[in-house]
Design a protein around this ligand. Structure first.
Ligand code: GDP
Ligand code: IMO
Ligand code: MG
Length: 431
């Protein structure tokens, strides 16, 4: 068994898609297990850029079974746009399937997310406004629709009878926005039932048990990151699902006993989009330099990403709650022109000087924390063509070794550029 989870070990956008795409070559099955079209996953192959939101990043290889699991929320319009574009670009989607148990992001979920964010003033989360929170709330509250509900007219009618009166009351009286008639919703559901039909996979139980029996190699693709996890992230400034590796089990329907490796993808620095605490954030010209060189603007929303130095305190926490077995470090090339690099090794409470080496999960006190840094020398050369560890400049090797030491797990993959080829794989989990 080599089954491997790729999980973001910061606040998202770590380069998970690049790592998933890379490893997908060696896997038989790729499963996206949580999140929705809040995800923006970029893969670059031969100068061609692909942006995925819902479709697993392994889809660029032929004949890999790509599955969008029960833990995801699917926005029909985004799915249609994304699949249409991929087909137009010649990508074969015949092996792409959706779990009938996945939830649907409905038009009013998007409306509610947008209005909630606009009305929240200082308390806003800074969501992607893709309806993620409202869809997951309805799922947990048992007020949602699942993909399979689209194909049973009688059931769909009775579900809408149960859902719509309350939803419309909320839309009108709480949010002051437009309501939806049952007829409108039925038409919407009918349209997308047809669009989803070739992808819906009702045979997933026998398929997945066959995959396990035949010891096929499974790659689980996480969206967002551990620090955005609804339970373990910086709540309430989080997403509404479980990106942590445990979420791979619940979101795919494949138990934790079938998972062997968990790759935590982290940038050589950290970024965050949206609100919430960020102890190593750089609001000065160094942050600006990282943002510009790293192209740190959101794939989904285009927002500038907040940037900061690598935080080993946070990373150790991610190793713990994410069950990480190894790291993939991305975007190390962004530091090619830096004289020195800082790594946060502890937090200091400015009120009393108390030092925290373990991540304090109470974010209400993070405004009192400042980073304690260790400084390392930069390498001041272009490492983007390095193909092996030995070809990396000595100071880059030292930086990576220090990260390993501080975080406590080995670095097995080093990404030195956006292209698939610009990667040093020290150990392939599938080989
Ligand atoms: P994800 O959401 O974790 O998949 O990450 P995103 O795709 O949102 O953001 C990562 C960005 O960095 C994308 O534009 C990638 O093409 C790019 N990228 C990934 N790895 C590297 C790398 O090693 N170096 C550089 N310069 N860019 C990278
Ligand atoms: P990928 O998969 C970075 C952030 C939003 C916001 C918070 C809640 O590309 O790494 P949501 O729309 O989920 O309710 O927003 O989570 N967020 C992400 N940040 N990358 C993502 O996905 C994100 N998905 C959500 O910015 O702070
Ligand atoms: Mg992203």
């Amino acid at each position: 068994m080599k089954n491997t989870v790729v999980v973001g070990a910061q606040w998202g956008d770590e380069g998970k898609a690049k790592i998933t795409d890379l490893l997908a070559e060696y896997a038989d099955v790729i499963i996206r297990y949580q999140g929705g079209c809040n995800a923006g996953h970029t893969v670059v192959v031969n100068n061609e850029k692909y942006k995925f939101h819902l479709v697993p990043s392994g889809v660029l290889y032929k004949n890999k079974f790509c599955f969008i699991g029960a833990g995801t929320v699917i926005h029909p319009e985004t799915f249609l746009e994304e699949t249409t574009e991929l087909i137009e670009r010649g990508v074969d989607l015949s092996s792409l399937k959706i779990s009938p148990l996945a939830s649907i992001t409905l038009p009013y979920h998007i409306d509610i997310d947008g209005i909630s964010e606009s009305n929240s003033g200082k308390n806003k989360i800074g969501t992607t406004k893709k309806g993620i929170g409202p869809t997951y709330s309805d799922k947990i509250g048992r007020y949602g629709l699942k993909i399979q509900d689209l194909y049973d007219e009688e059931l769909l009618n009775s579900r809408l009878d149960a859902i719509l009166p309350l939803k419309n009351k909320m839309l009108k009286e709480v949010f002051g926005t437009k309501t939806y008639t049952k007829e409108e919703m039925l038409q919407y559901c009918k349209k997308y039932a047809e669009i989803f039909r070739p992808y819906v996979y009702n045979e997933w139980v026998s398929k997945l048990s066959g995959i396990l029996k035949d010891d096929k190699k499974i790659l689980f693709e996480g969206a967002q990151g551990i620090m955005l996890d609804i339970d373990y992230g910086t709540y309430p400034f989080v997403t509404s699902s479980n990106p942590i590796a445990g979420g791979a089990a619940t979101g795919s329907g494949i138990g934790p006993t079938h998972i062997e490796n968990v790759i935590g993808v982290t940038k050589a620095y950290i970024t965050r989009v949206g609100e919430g605490p960020f102890v190593t954030e750089l609001t000065d010209e160094i942050g600006e330099k990282i943002r510009n060189i790293g192209g740190e603007f959101g794939t989904t929303t285009g927002r500038p990403r907040r940037c900061g130095w690598f935080d080993a305190v946070l990373s150790k926490y991610c190793v713990l709650v994410g069950g990480l077995t190894q790291m993939a470090i991305t975007k190390i090339d962004v530091f090619n022109d830096f004289d020195e690099l800082k790594i946060c090794i502890a937090y200091k409470d400015i009120r009393n000087g108390k030092i925290y080496k373990d991540y304090p999960t109470n974010i209400n006190m993070h405004k009192y924390l400042e980073p304690v840094y260790e400084t390392l020398k930069g390498w001041k050369s272009n490492l983007s063509d390095a193909k092996t560890w030995e070809e990396l400049p000595l100071n880059a090797q030292k930086y990576l070794k220090r990260l390993e030491e501080l975080v406590g797990i080995p670095v097995k993959i080093i990404s030195v550029g956006a292209e698939r080829e610009q990667t040093i794989i020290l150990e392939n989990p599938f080989k």
